[in-house]
Design a protein around this ligand. Sequence first.
Ligand SMILES: [Cu+2]
Length: 115
Amino acid sequence: MLRMTILLAGLLALAGGIAPASASSTAKPPATAAHRMHVIVIDQMQYGPMPTDVRAGDIIEWTNHDILEHSATARDGHFDVDLKPGTSGRITATAGTFAFFCKFHPTMTGTVVVK
Ligand SMILES: [Cu+2]
């Protein structure tokens, strides 16, 4: 039971940590109900889990939690989002599979599928 309580507290802490990002997004142009936002968190020189079920028109946002500058740069040159420490950047997704990397640390890679 104690373990369950600790797990629940952890989940609540996690939800609390995410809340500020969604709160600040209210100041930005609102996404319509049909278009959602997907956040990829960069931490410790890695892109976090890739979003799934991304549709054309959705917003993809990268948030840099590191103290180093990163980028989300499309392999095909389609986009190049610079991410200074502690900042976010976003694109509007178009259909297709796109691979991206960090131009400052090319071993950082990710791929998002947009339907
Ligand atoms: Cu980087």
